[in-house]
Design a protein around this ligand. Structure first.
Ligand SMILES: [Zn+2]
Length: 305
């Protein structure tokens, strides 16, 4: 069914092999196997084949060994291969192009769906996190990568540190058969999207939705219904997509986050989905969960083609 269509960056394709992660000796052996594949990242970009396949370059141990330093991220296994994410200064001997994950996701969304962005997102998110968390946040000593990259451990104060995920609520706010979309400074001309914001410590998803919508537009929200979620590797978010029922329709923008917010009718949104939009009104592209929420709202709420 339509609403089950997954967002790009979801559907991780490997068995993450939790037990194997904790076995440093087994991981060391796995890295030497010829069937093992290494995904290479540099400055947040992934090394991709320079054709239209949408596939990364899979390095084997012969190509990858010069980059191994004990900080490889074990991503998991499928029937044929184990996968690691690695980074370093590539010397240029390997064919391929470095591509940012938005472009990779955009290409995958154009072609329907692919699990490759999910595989790459996990590698990028973990490598990013290690790069930004080399020292213990409790005592300041250098920490070490363990569990295949899913933990950093501080020998000095015996503390484990876990990779962070930042939850973000993103909401389609509905009132009187209209949908509330906003634009932030810096958006493309005419671009309106779902309101969104980080969940604060101690908040539920529902509370975060109600607070964000009220802060950004002065609108009070009642019911909140979870729809779907999307990992967003810039750098480590989880987008939590909901539909929220507004209790009133009076927009009052009272902070700097939004440049404008408006109620859009079903017809206006359907037209823009059909014709692609213009500098007056356009909506997010298919790689964004905001687009999924819009399409969900149009096609299932009113059951109308
Ligand atoms: Zn420490």
């Amino acid at each position: 069914m339509f609403y089950e269509q997954s967002c790009i960056f979801s559907e991780f394709p490997l068995d993450p092999c939790d037990v194997l992660r904790g076995d440093a000796d087994a991981l060391a052996i796995l890295k030497t196997k010829t069937s093992t594949r290494f995904l290479f990242f540099k400055d947040g970009e992934a090394l991709m084949r320079d054709d239209d396949s949408g596939e990364p370059v899979y390095l084997n141990i012969d190509d990858a060994y010069v980059y191994l330093n004990g900080e490889e991220i074990f991503l998991g296994k499928n029937q044929q291969h184990a996968y690691f994410a690695i980074t370093g200064d590539m010397t240029g001997e390997v064919e391929g192009d470095f591509l940012d994950l938005r472009s990779i996701a955009r290409n995958a969304a154009k072609n329907g769906f692919s699990q490759i962005p999910s595989l790459l997102a996990r590698g990028k998110m973990l490598l990013d996190w290690h790069n930004r968390h080399r020292f213990c946040s409790k005592c300041g000593a250098p920490s070490n990568i363990i569990k295949g990259g899913y933990v950093r451990y501080c020998n000095q104060c015996d503390t484990e540190h876990f990779p962070r995920v930042d939850p973000v609520v993103i909401m389609m706010v509905i009132y009187d058969n209209k949908c509330l979309l906003g634009r932030s400074p810096g958006f493309l001309p005419g671009m309106y999207s779902a309101l969104a914001g980080f969940i604060e410590p101690g908040e539920t998803i529902e509370e975060a939705v109600r607070r964000e919508v009220y802060e950004e537009t002065g609108i009070k929200v009642g019911d909140v219904e979870y729809i779907k979620s999307q990992p967003w590797p810039f750098p480590s978010s989880l987008m939590i997509g909901v539909i929220a029922q507004a209790l009133d329709g009076q927009i009052n923008i009272n902070n700097d986050e939004l440049e404008d917010a408006k109620w859009f009718s079903k017809e206006e949104i359907k037209a823009v989905l059909r014709n692609g939009g213009d500098d007056e009104f356009r909506v997010p592209e298919k790689l964004a969960i905001a687009r999924h929420l819009l399409e969900y709202y149009l096609r299932l709420r009113w059951n109308d083609d």
